[in-house]
Write a new protein. Structure first.
Length: 123
């Protein structure tokens, strides 16, 4: 079986488009992608929930164990997300033997859960 690495955003889009066919489930998938070119005013117009909900922000660049590496901003308001994002944008990061620059980020609603919950989807 062949495998190709995909971003979290792409993976979730596949899940919601091809597996979660119920309208109730599809309407719950909310995310916003941000890069250096993001117009934050337009982003909040397109995604008004960013202004009212607690949020999670993380790089979306095929990095495993982002939480352990301190690469996830959790339970933030939008201003907190912007500060977190600016501090990490274009920052060189080393994961194992690989080095890279953080350029693509994903913002999602914060969903509180216990630390024992873990869901892995694997072939």
């Amino acid at each position: 079986m062949s495998a190709k690495a995909i971003s979290e955003q792409t993976g979730k889009e596949f899940l919601y488009k091809y597996i979660c066919t119920s309208a109730a489930v599809q309407n719950r998938f909310r995310y916003a992608t941000v890069t250096a070119e993001t117009d934050w005013e337009r982003l909040t117009q397109e995604h008004p929930w960013l202004l009212t909900e607690r949020l999670v922000v993380k790089p979306d660049q095929l990095i495993k164990r982002r939480g352990k590496l301190g690469l996830v901003g959790i339970n933030l308001d939008l201003e907190g997300v912007r500060e977190w994002f600016k501090a990490r944008l274009n920052r060189e990061t080393t994961v194992g033997k690989a080095k890279g620059v953080l350029k693509n980020f994903l913002i999602e609603p914060f969903v509180q859960h216990s630390q024992t919950v873990r869901l892995i989807i694997s072939p």
